[in-house]
Design a protein around this ligand. Structure first.
Ligand code: HEC
Length: 465
């Protein structure tokens, strides 16, 4: 495209703009963001950045609105150029204050860097818009494309800035699931540790993650210190190592977290809540015992394991058999009902309506569905020792009721084939200590009821073998 130089004055403007752009591009190399805090006045002014930064956002967004509206009301086209020029001024102001903020407070890191380059690129692009629009004398030529790129740059830079203040998941945290999936943001990448079982990975990293990484992580690197990996943590900050293995009293990190909370150097800073006494004790013991990346436990430190519910083992898919199951159960006068709406949780065999009419033969008739039955309520039925062989095929059985039946325990050894059996009720039967002996080998069997049997221990109703 042709750039028409209409007067020598315009030439000067272009040359000056070129110089300004080069200056902006060199700025980060002249005043490097080295993670060290600088003058207080810089921080003082810099803290107006988050406020002032809304000016360029608002003004820039107004430009395309005015350009479009100008097609109907040509007076607005003139306003567009005016607002565009104001945008440029506000960009320069916001950029300067932002730079003072980062430089003054010792901010560094990939997130800060991205936001900074976004701001510089945006300012140069807006400057370009002013020049190109001025030269073309309206919405012509290269200008619309440049303005479109300004919009994209603005969105990107603003997002980077937002991530710095709110964390990088701020925008997407409450995004509806399907959209997250489209954006590939549905899965949280688990952090990869070289030694995932180590004390560091399991107990210390989570403390740093929750309390320190906002300022000492990938997004921001205050004081030149990154704590997001073991290596970076050990490398330390601008004053060198912050952890001296074996020497807690000389480790700056420990010193910083144990200062009085109102001390200028206290960490976490900016009034964030201090670490718990217990967490500090772990960090101290870890440093004392060598600050290793690998050791799994520390002498004298007992970390309570979080209670974890064991997942319920799932039975196979019996959906296709559903009709048959209901039919068979009905003719036997019993019910087979799902434990929950999740079919994989299995079925409960309930014989209460059949009572004594339910015996060994009826149980054998259900053996086809044995793999799906997790609980069998056979109390007060006519089943005998003859059913133990059948029950041995109920591989998913977790609870078995045989109370008030005529079993004596012969063949009870078949139950040892049921790895998931945790509950067995034999109360009111004729089982003896000798006949229940095979149960002792069953590791998961936690509850065995022997009330009112010859096997009942002298003074207890309930016994765990
Ligand atoms: C709100 C931001 C913020 C948080 C959160 C934070 N820090 Fe800092 N940290 C800073 C700043 C700013 C500096 C640099 C100024 C200074 O040295 O006080 C710093 C410096 C440090 C230093 C000194 C580095 C050096 O070499 O000079 C250590 C050690 C440190 N922090 C540890 C921690 C620990 C441990 C936590 C978490 C318990 C933490 N910080 C949380 C902002 C923070």
């Amino acid at each position: 495209m042709m750039i028409r130089f209409r007067s020598p004055g315009v030439k000067v403007i272009w040359a000056a703009s070129l110089l300004v752009s080069i200056g902006l591009l060199l700025l980060p190399f002249v005043f490097r963001l080295d993670g060290k805090p600088h003058a207080d006045w810089q921080q003082f002014l810099g803290r107006f950045h988050p406020l002032v930064v809304h000016l360029p956002v608002g003004l820039i967004l107004l430009v395309p609105v005015l350009e479009f509206a100008g097609r109907v009301r040509p007076a607005l086209l003139e306003a567009a150029m005016f607002v565009l020029s104001l945008s440029l001024l506000s960009c320069v102001l916001a950029l300067s204050l932002g730079y003072l903020l980062a430089y003054g407070s010792g901010d560094a890191g990939a997130g800060v860097s991205r936001h900074m380059w976004g701001g510089i690129a945006l300012t140069i692009a807006v400057l370009g818009c002013v020049l190109v629009r001025g030269a073309a004398g309206g919405v012509r030529g290269f200008y619309p494309y440049l303005l479109a790129s300004v919009m994209l740059l603005l969105a990107w830079t603003a997002h980077q800035g937002g991530s710095l203040t709110h964390g990088d998941k701020y925008l997407t945290e409450y995004l509806p699931r399907p959209l997250k999936r489209i954006g590939g943001m549905g899965t949280v990448q688990a952090k990869a540790f070289d030694f995932p079982d180590s004390f560091y990975a399991r107990h210390l990293y989570p403390i740093f993650d929750a309390n320190c990484l906002v300022c000492h992580g990938t997004q921001k690197v205050k004081g030149g210190l990154r704590m997001d990996t073991y290596d970076r943590l050990m490398r330390g900050g601008k004053e060198g190592a912050v952890i001296i293995p074996g020497k807690p009293e000389r480790s700056i990190l420990l010193e910083r977290i144990t200062l009085p909370a109102d001390h200028k150097k206290f960490m976490p800073s900016e009034g964030k809540p201090p670490l718990k006494a217990e967490e500090i004790a772990w960090i101290r013991a870890w440093i004392q015992q060598g600050a290793s990346e690998e050791v799994k436990s520390l002498a004298g430190i007992d970390v309570p394991e979080p209670f974890r519910e064991e997942p319920v083992p799932q039975v196979g898919d019996y959906r296709k058999l559903m009709g048959e199951i209901t039919q068979t159960a009905k003719s036997a006068g019993v019910t087979l009902v799902p434990v929950s709406k999740n079919l994989g949780d299995g079925l409960i065999l309930n014989t209460v309506n059949a009572g004594p009419k339910f015996g060994d033969a009826q149980l054998a008739g259900l053996v086809r569905f044995a793999p799906y039955i997790v609980e069998a309520e056979l109390g007060r039925t006519s089943v005998t020792d003859g059913s133990f062989a059948t029950l041995g095929k109920f591989g998913h059985l977790r609870a078995l009721h045989l109370e008030e039946t005529s079993v004596t325990g012969a063949g009870l050894a078949n139950l040892a084939q049921l790895p998931q059996l945790t509950y067995l009720n034999l109360s009111g039967t004729q089982v003896t200590q000798a006949s229940i002996a095979p149960l002792t080998s069953m590791k998961n069997l936690r509850h065995v009821y022997l009330y009112n049997t010859p096997a009942q221990p002298a003074s207890a109703e309930r016994q765990t073998p």
